[in-house]
Design a protein around this ligand. Structure first.
Ligand code: GLC
Length: 496
């Protein structure tokens, strides 16, 4: 099949979160499975082009309309681990992708609307048929209404449009005039059946547009697919999702198992097998990793408690209050805690910086507010447990990585966490699962974690082994996507 992903992220060179990892793992697997895969991405200035196996100018003169002007773009063709990547580089007066960041500018909507239109212009210029155009989250959502309403020639070239929801919280809510800038007359899309935001009749909702115009909508776990039909998790789009539920599916993400492979991971002090029969060897080598890590962070090993880690974006989605509470609680119980994550919301700075200050130079607690890929590999290998108390979690990737590194996840029962971690008291335990978003619930689960770690070594090791045996690769998810692509080519469900 010919598959074109249009995306704002691709790991490791253009990554802000899990979305980048998914694009990397899924597209690489699709290439291995024999598909013709290309990925269209903005040429951000932060991309270090040295990472590519090759890169060349592919098109010198791609023109893209915006707000009465035509802007010139260069398209580069690069290859990365077998995947073909087209990088769109606009000569734009507003330096759209030359701002040292993927997101977080005041004109993110304008930037990604422009990119969406430029990607469609690129497909038109290529003028060759594509089976599936696969879109990801709000930044590329406008592609679906653009193709459907403004580019009949592209509509003929494309077999089906798939839209992936990685996180329904961010929907791309914009004033209609921004849609008009890229050639879709905004006011004419302000109706309930089209792009009007359910909560505000003067606002365009891009994610809603993609849900309506795509042939299939996929989200990243079966539980999250159910959850987003409810008011609690749908962020206002539950009605639209419910109405169109026939074209919705939930496919669990995988992880890229060459990147996340303790057998060959170059960041580890000692590599260890991903094979549960060698559990004693694994334990010994994890211990060596722990020792080296603690030494490098000027920490000391706890004599009795586990080393708990939390690697996350610090945002309200991730349960920040419960993270703060767990750090204090683990400290009181004599365990160790390492937090690694960037603070994504201003109000969260104060409490997290205060706790960092409180535990400065502490021998068992360490808080680091940076993005550090190498350190994250070391943490997964060294830790005993991973803490993930998300309020909601479409899929979550760190619990999958942690199981592959024989680190036991402690998670809240929601979305993909619920689908991938089996509680200690279940038939095939792989972790600790708690339900309530309360400090008491965190205390309760930590009590179980500490008592199992200290008093029930056989069960602790069994959980490590079960987690290790789980196939978290892209093998099965890629097969599921293939089936979804095929069925959508046969059965179109968009309004005609
Ligand atoms: C988003 C979600 C996360 C998911 C990732 C990749 O970051 O919050 O749960 O794993 O996308 O799909």
């Amino acid at each position: 099949m010919k598959i074109t992903h249009i995306t704002s992220e691709f790991s490791p060179f253009a990554k802000a979160g899990g979305l980048g990892d998914v694009l990397h793992g899924l597209s690489k697997k699709q290439v291995e499975d024999g598909h013709h895969v290309s990925v269209i991405l903005p040429k951000y200035d932060l991309i270090d082009i040295k990472v590519f196996d090759s890169i060349e100018i592919y098109i010198q003169d791609l023109w893209c309309y915006e707000n009465g002007n035509e802007f010139h773009n260069t398209v580069y063709k690069a290859t990365f681990e077998g995947v073909t990547i087209f990088l769109i580089d606009p000569d734009h007066l507003d330096y759209y992708f030359k701002r040292g960041t993927i997101y977080g500018t005041e004109i993110d909507s304008e930037r990604f609307l422009y990119f969406s239109r430029a990607a469609v212009e690129f497909i038109r210029k290529e003028n060759s048929s594509v089976d599936v155009v696969h879109l990801h989250d709000w930044p590329t959502a406008a592609v679906a209404p653009l193709v459907h309403n403004l580019f009949p020639e592209v509509k003929k070239l494309v077999g089906a449009i798939i839209f992936n929801i990685h996180n329904i919280e961010h929907q791309g809510k914009i004033p209609p005039k921004l849609l008009t800038r890229i050639g879709l007359f905004g006011a004419s899309f302000l109706s309930k059946d089209l792009l009007m935001d359910p909560a505000c009749d003067r606002t365009i909702n891009l994610m809603k547009g993609a849900i309506i115009y795509a042939d299939k909508v996929v989200t990243v776990s079966p539980s999250y697919a159910k959850e987003i039909t409810t008011k609690e998790f749908g962020f206002g789009l539950e009605g639209t999702i419910k109405k169109l539920h026939k074209k919705l599916a939930g496919v669990l993400n995988g992880i890229e198992t060459d990147t996340w492979n303790p057998e060959i991971d170059p960041n580890l002090t000692e590599n260890f097998p991903v094979n549960s029969t060698f559990i004693l060897d694994i334990l010994r080598k994890k211990e060596a990793n722990k020792k080296a890590l603690l030494h490098s962070l000027k920490m000391e090993q706890s004599t009795s408690g586990p080393l708990v880690i939390c690697i996350t974006r610090i945002a309200s989605q991730k349960g920040p209050k419960l993270i703060l509470h767990a750090i204090e609680e683990v400290e009181k119980r004599g365990g160790s805690f390492i937090l690694l994550g960037t603070i994504c919301e201003k109000p969260l700075e104060k409490p997290f910086l205060a706790l960092q200050e409180k535990y400065q130079d502490h021998k068992r607690i360490h808080l680091s507010f940076t993005f550090d890929d190498k350190l994250s590999h070391k943490l997964f290998a060294a830790a005993d447990a991973l803490f993930l108390p998300s309020k909601f979690e479409p899929c979550g990737l760190t619990q999958l990585i942690s199981m592959r590194y024989a680190t036991i996840p402690i998670v809240r029962k929601t979305g993909g966490l619920k689908d991938t971690v089996h509680d200690k008291n279940s038939a095939y335990p792989t972790g600790f699962v708690f339900e309530e978003q309360t400090e008491q619930a965190v205390d309760g689960v930590l009590e179980e974690v500490f008592s199992t770690f200290q008093e029930n070594t056989p069960l602790w090791q069994k959980m490590m082994q079960n987690g290790l045996s789980r196939d978290a690769s892209w093998k099965y998810p890629a097969q599921k996507y293939e089936k979804i692509y095929e069925s959508s080519l046969h059965k179109k469900q968009v309004p005609q």
